[in-house]
Design a binder for this molecule. Structure first.
Ligand SMILES: NC(=O)C1=CN([C@@H]2O[C@H](COP(=O)(O)OP(=O)(O)OC[C@H]3O[C@@H](n4cnc5c(N)ncnc54)[C@H](O)[C@@H]3O)[C@@H](O)[C@H]2O)C=CC1
Ligand SMILES: O=C(O)CCC(=O)C(=O)O
Length: 526
């Protein structure tokens, strides 16, 4: 019989499901070394946010087939390490949506009416009605940052309370925002005009400290901010200073840069701050939902069936997967690339299957392309199961075309993305049946394998330009691993594709476009 380790508290409903197919050990509060010691005997690991599943733990789990996160965020799991070891990582993308949204709303109302401090004062025997005069949310403006599942529910309830709604989410269409009753604006305007700001975005390199001293300085002195998403989205030092200096009226935080919260200036702030210990998902209902959702997936995988919400391995049948795997990787890479070249919000994705690929099943490749395209917005929340639906919700139209006569490579895939900032296209093929090569960018022929960090320029093909770009990158200590120019005619327009060893430092793109002859520059992470 299989063995499952449950290393964080989860609802009994989940344990009952697991017990149908496995021996279940519930062992919570383990130290990393203790987990490493016992993990080799287990086929599955089920966690909440308390257990950090590091590469070391994954490598020690020689029998592990699946890691189940009873919740949304899988930032406490080293997903790439699990993927490398062929371990499926599943989550419950919707089981705690309502719980987290209601916690954010409760934080907003508690903050407005000083409920935690007023309650504490009455319990101390006081009767102070002056200190705790509050503010109404009715007719006030709520700025929702991240209009996904949780943000949309917060917005719907806030609307019913008579609030005006602004939203910032670069990956959501205006129509979708309007359906929810929100006016889509940029982050600056949202910070300036909102009376309450609530964050519902994933923590990614782009969103880390997205709320910092500069953005906080844009808020009204009467405004309050709520973070029930992820610690580190707000710079806690800057937040504490902004409240202490009266630059903003208050904050409510459920999540912290480091959890459990240790020594922190936030604790010293009086009634203008509310702190809860990551309780967003802590309702009876949500815990039953996520436990059942994830336990069912662990049970299915242990029985050899596909998982429905795998964050790293498709829910498509194993046969299709095996056959199409290299092309799915190609499609995903091209999706990531074209999404970043297009920037802004993509409205139309055209997927063209060329040469031998034109006779293939297109659906998995379209899904993989969308998964890549949406990765920038959704990170590990987008998977092969939800990519289609997430694209529809974002108003992305998809057109599939086939061109069996394209003969440059045996089979190739071309993606074209049209968005608010223009149209870009990329083509790629497999060399030797498995090595991905980029073969065309924006109509310019190239032949380069993709690398993690890349820089693309659109420039005039003229003497000296490569040298100038090389020196500029050198002056920013950027090491070029490889470089190739694609052009259609001599001294006409051209594309340069550079693989670089590290991400480009801030500010360098603007410098690159100042080089005479370079019209545009794009940095991408694949
Ligand atoms: N406090 C708690 O216990 C809980 C916290 N969470 C957290 O809440 C957050 C939101 O979760 P969901 O709504 O389920 O996710 P979701 O994936 O449905 O929505 C996230 C939204 O953020 C948007 N987004 C991504 N990058 C952005 C950026 N740079 N700027 C603005 N918007 C951006 C996406 O387009 C998407 O619409 C996540 O961080 C999740 O981990 C979720 C459940 C419980
Ligand atoms: O498991 C928990 O209590 C945390 C939930 C959470 O943060 C998530 O689902 O992303």
């Amino acid at each position: 019989m299989s063995k499952v380790l449950v290393s964080d508290p989860i609802d009994q409903a989940g344990i009952d499901i697991l017990s149908q197919v496995a021996t279940v050990d519930v062992n919570t509060g383990l130290k990393p070394a203790e987990l490493i010691e016992i993990i080799p005997q287990y086929d599955a690991l089920m966690i909440r946010s308390g257990t950090r599943v590091t590469q070391e733990i994954i490598e020690a789990g020689t029998q592990l087939k699946i890691i189940g996160r009873a919740g949304v965020g899988v930032d406490n799991v080293d997903v790439p390490a699990a993927t490398r070891r062929g371990i499926v990582v599943v989550n419950s993308p919707e089981g705690n949506t309502i719980a987290a949204a209601e916690h954010a709303l409760a934080m907003m109302l508690s903050l407005s009416r000083h409920i935690p401090d007023a309650n504490a004062s009455v319990k101390r025997g006081e009767w102070d009605r002056k200190t705790f005069v509050g503010a109404e949310v009715y007719k006030k403006t709520l700025g929702v940052v991240g209009l996904g599942k949780i943000g949309s529910h917060v917005a719907a309830v806030a609307k019913a309370m008579g609030m005006k709604l602004l939203a910032y989410d670069p990956f959501i269409s205006t129509e979708r925002a309007e359906q929810i009753g929100c006016q889509l604006v940029d982050l600056d305007l949202l910070m300036q005009q909102s009376d309450y700001i609530t964050l519902h975005i994933p923590k990614t390199p782009e969103t880390t400290h997205i709320i910092n001293a500069t953005t906080l300085a844009k808020m009204k002195p009467t405004a309050r901010i709520i973070n029930c998403a992820r610690g580190g989205i707000i710079d806690e030092v800057a937040l504490a200073a902004a409240i202490k200096e009266g630059k903003i009226a208050g904050a409510a935080l459920d999540v912290f840069e480091s959890e459990p919260l240790g020594e922190s200036e936030l604790r010293a702030i009086g009634k203008d701050i509310i702190l809860t210990p990551h309780l967003g998902a802590s309702t009876t209902e949500a815990q039953v939902n996520v436990a059942i959702d994830v336990a069912e997936q662990i049970r299915d995988v242990l029985l050899g069936l596909p998982a429905r919400s795998a964050v790293n391995i498709p829910g498509l049948g194993p046969d299709v997967l095996e056959e199409l795997k290299p092309y799915m990787e190609l499609a995903e890479t091209l999706g990531k690339l074209v999404g970043q070249l297009a920037g802004g919000r993509v409205e139309l994705l055209t997927v063209r299957l060329q040469g031998e690929l034109a006779t293939n099943k297109s659906q998995p490749l379209v899904i993989a392309s969308l998964k890549g395209l949406l990765y920038q917005a959704l990170r590990e929340r987008v998977n092969y199961v939800n990519a289609n639906i997430e694209a529809k919700e974002r108003g992305i139209r998809v057109i599939e075309t086939r061109d069996a006569s394209a003969r440059d490579y045996a089979g190739s895939l071309r993606l074209e993305a049209t968005g608010t900032l223009g149209t870009h296209s990329v083509t790629g093929a497999l060399l030797g049946d498995k090595e991905i090569h980029l073969t065309d960018v924006d109509g310019f022929p190239i032949n380069v394998p993709p690398s993690k960090y890349m820089l693309f320029t659109l420039h005039r093909d003229m003497p000296g330009i490569i040298g100038k770009l090389g020196s500029l990158l050198g002056s920013f200590n950027v090491n070029i691993a490889s470089m190739q120019v694609g052009r259609k005619i001599v001294r006409g327009d051209a594309v340069m594709a550079l693989s670089i060893d590290d991400p480009l430092p801030d500010g360098i793109l603007a410098e690159i476009t100042k080089v005479p002859g370079i019209r545009d520059a794009y940095t991408v992470t694949l």
